[in-house]
Design a protein around this ligand. Structure first.
Ligand code: NAI
Length: 470
């Protein structure tokens, strides 16, 4: 097979954008066009202010845009021109119908696949980049074969993306591994080799893993489930720590020093967020149920349940500590993104927490260095939860700084681990807050003893801290 020379990526989101920008950056001999039906998003990719924030992404995009990296809403044209197409569209949890609340909504994948079949005038490699349930490639193949023009054929590959938001560029430049699954046919393996050659422009061959299609699809769900399971495991232990006087950081360190366990992803917190962990676990639970494996489904469901428990437990602690009522009190929330170094708020723990505060009629002041005001209002006024936008706007004030948020507040709640929150002038904040001034550290990131010396009452998840028990 001739080397890949022209790539089209369908979906200019958090995955399609950075992934294909890095391919263009590393493969000057390949023309890469990232397409989306969302014209605003494409306009932003072509502007000075990219639609997503990722450290290092501006430099990569600006250096290749207009040379071998292009953005377009003309999906059909770029499908036709491409020899390899990444399908990198969203696969959210289904909101209604069969499997609602659990299964992945594959409508976007199907629409993109049908488009590829309808407009292609030459044979192509079609790559699943989106995270999909195991055996989705089979459905894609059926759609492509039933709808394509005569003499046009398709090879389908699975190439799930393992980047983490906030470190996407670093992850893409130096991934632990790239995974490419294909049918074990001659043409499947040739297509697999062609995509491997693209990545081999900058990734050592030994880090490019090739497997069968189904292993590749399942590995992505499995990797996210295993990562989330570690977070839920340490969060479950954080509750035990709070009840016993053990310190979850010390427990995590002591356990993580065991090389069989390892130290990464053992940080207790208010719970995981982001567009992937929850969605992919629920997807795995649904898949297991469909496969008539109820014990397996129950096992993974507990990872999700523990995450909900951790968020609710934190809210309960805050209310209990504030003398069992937060009605009319001002709660300053630092951070709204689901993690630091991203503006992404999907499934952020902040949303659950703040909705609970509002239900208790607290006044909430929010500061996040990267999330836009409009996004916060949108996330908090989802239909069916708090039914109107004005209600949210009355209860929530979006601030330009942590200091503004903390002024006259009864409690300061750390939700996102932005580095700048470590270096705030806490004595100034203390002076400006109501007394007693409470800090609830949902990210275990502040110097609690120093804050206590200033006069704050500090609660840290996983540490029996308010009582000051050593
Ligand atoms: P996203 O929602 O940011 O981007 C998806 C884009 O696809 C949207 O801009 C949408 O307008 C576009 N789109 C949908 N249907 C289209 C069509 N028919 N033609 C053209 N464009 C279309 O989603 P994100 O976060 O990039 O995720 C994409 C996939 O990657 C999902 O399956 C997700 O699970 C997976 N993933 C996400 C990661 C993350 O950190 N966000 C990491 C690894 C995988």
């Amino acid at each position: 097979m001739a080397p890949v020379k022209n790539i089209c990526c369908i979906g200019a989101g958090y995955v399609g954008g950075p992934t294909c920008a890095v391919i263009a950056y590393k493969c000057h001999d390949i023309k890469v066009t990232i397409c989306d039906i969302n014209a605003n998003r494409i306009d932003a990719w072509m502007s000075d202010k990219l639609p997503i924030y990722e450290p290092g992404l501006d430099e990569i995009v600006f250096s290749r845009r207009g040379k071998n990296l292009f953005f377009s809403t003309n999906v059909d044209k770029h499908i036709q021109e491409a020899d390899l197409i990444f399908v990198s569209v969203n696969t959210p949890t289904k909101k209604q119908g069969l499997g609602a609340g659990m299964a992945a909504d594959l409508a976007y994948v199907e629409a993109a696949t049908r488009r590829i079949a309808q407009v292609s005038t030459s044979s192509k490699i079609v790559v699943e980049k989106s995270t999909v349930p195991c055996r989705t490639a089979e459905s894609m193949r059926a759609i492509l074969e039933a709808n394509c023009t005569p003499h046009v054929s398709f090879d389908i590959l699975s190439n799930p993306e393992f980047l983490a938001e906030g470190t996407a560029v670093a992850d893409l430049l130096n991934p632990d591994r790239v995974l490419i699954g294909s049918l074990q046919t001659e043409s499947g393996k040739i297509a697999q080799a062609a995509l491997a050659d693209v990545y081999a422009h900058w990734i050592p061959r030994e880090n490019i893993i090739t497997t069968n299609l189904w292993s590749s699809e399942l590995s992505k769900l499995a990797a996210n489930a295993l990562l989330a399971q570690r977070i839920s495991s340490i969060n479950a232990l954080s509750a035990v720590c709070e009840a016993t006087g053990a310190d979850v950081d010390e427990v995590a360190y002591a356990c993580g020093r065991d090389s069989r366990i390892g130290s990464k992803f053992l940080k207790a917190s208010v719970g995981f967020g982001g567009s992937c962990f929850q969605k992919d676990i629920l997807n795995l639970v649904y898949l297991s149920t469909q496969l008539n494996l109820p014990e397996v489904a129950d096992y993974w469901m507990q990872v999700y349940t523990m995450n909900e428990y951790q968020k609710n437990r934190f809210v309960r602690t805050i209310i209990n500590t504030l003398f069992n009522t937060i009605t009319g009190k001002k709660i300053a929330v630092l951070g709204f993104a689901f993690k630091k170094d991203t503006g992404d708020t999907r499934e952020s723990a902040a949303i659950t927490l703040i909705k609970s505060f509002l239900q208790e009629n607290a006044r909430v002041a929010i500061y996040d260095p990267k999330v836009e005001k409009e996004q916060i209002y949108l996330d908090l006024s989802e239909p069916g939860v708090l039914d109107n936008r004005q209600q949210v706007e009355r209860g929530v004030h979006i601030c330009a700084s942590a200091y503004e948020a903390a002024k006259d507040a009864d409690a300061l709640v750390i939700v996102t681990e932005w580095d700048e929150f470590r270096h705030l002038d806490y004595s100034r904040i203390y002076k400006d807050m109501h007394k007693p001034a409470f800090v609830f550290d949902g990210r275990l990131m502040l110097d609690a003893p120093a804050l206590r010396n200033m006069g704050f009452k500090v609660h840290v998840i996983g540490k029996n801290s308010l009582e000051g028990r050593a």
